[in-house]
Write a protein that binds this ligand. Sequence first.
Ligand SMILES: [Ca+2]
Ligand SMILES: [Ca+2]
Ligand SMILES: [Ca+2]
Length: 318
Amino acid sequence: MKRTLVSLIAAITLLSTAHVQPYRDDFDGGFALNWSWKLPQNDPLCTLFDNAAFINAEESVLVIQMRDGGMFSNFNTHKNVPTLRIVGAPPDDWYIETSLRAADWNQVPYCQWCYPQAGILIATGAKNYFQQLVTRDGNNGLPDVYASANWERDDQFEWAYRVSQSWIPDDGWIKLRIEHVPDPNNPYIVLTYAHSGTNGLTEYDGFNGARYYSIEDAELYNWIVGLLTTPGARIGLYTDNAGTGSQAAFWFNYLETNIPVAPVGDVNTDGIVDDADLLAVLFNFGTEGECQDEDVTNDGVVDDADLLTVLFNFGSGG
Ligand SMILES: [Ca+2]
Ligand SMILES: [Ca+2]
Ligand SMILES: [Ca+2]
């Protein structure tokens, strides 16, 4: 009897802590999530450029080679910004996590006033975004990197300056994670990172800090939360050559989030894959060009591969 009760309680506990499976892309030979290369308010709108962003099947990574162009201030000419479109309310304990490294840190330039960087993007477009980044140190002329944060509100650029001590990068993966901690007294957003010099994920160590409290930092906190819940919001992966002309590549090992994003095959990004998506592909069958919504496979053509992808995922989401 006692044993039955214990298993019952265990079962209930399991149920109550059951979470929706996170959305995760390991870039394992192809895309597992519904990536888009469109960036609203950016010119060009389609950021997929020069075939400089692709899956490296051997390494199971998404490679993004940096190109000139930026989201900085009102320049808004960025290249190669893959995003996932948010299609539902984030859970209370939302998070976004990635792991990245430079393909070769020696190729990532370091110079005064230049800050090549890569990381996580939360955006409604090129004018309004928040970024958690790993940034090359442009001040000391040494090949150091540090963790940082940038954001823009209506093209007004702000930065949290350096939010970690700098370190000399190696070939190890650098993990970045932004999450919401639903503390009942004072919920907050926290940025953490991990690299070969830390013992797992750790909080940034100071300067302007990397916690944004709902009480003390209400304006910024509310704005970040508001970004995620604005219609058309997206989360993505980001690289930036800081105008140095560098075409060095960053490797992204995975992206994982528990924020509902458009499922694969969801052409019209309403969160479900149904006949509307099928029809959209059929009506655009045979058309070519980059960044078409109907090109689910991101290979520049709408064909039977896209049709099959929608069919295989028919009914998912919702
Ligand atoms: Ca901008
Ligand atoms: Ca749909
Ligand atoms: Ca295609």
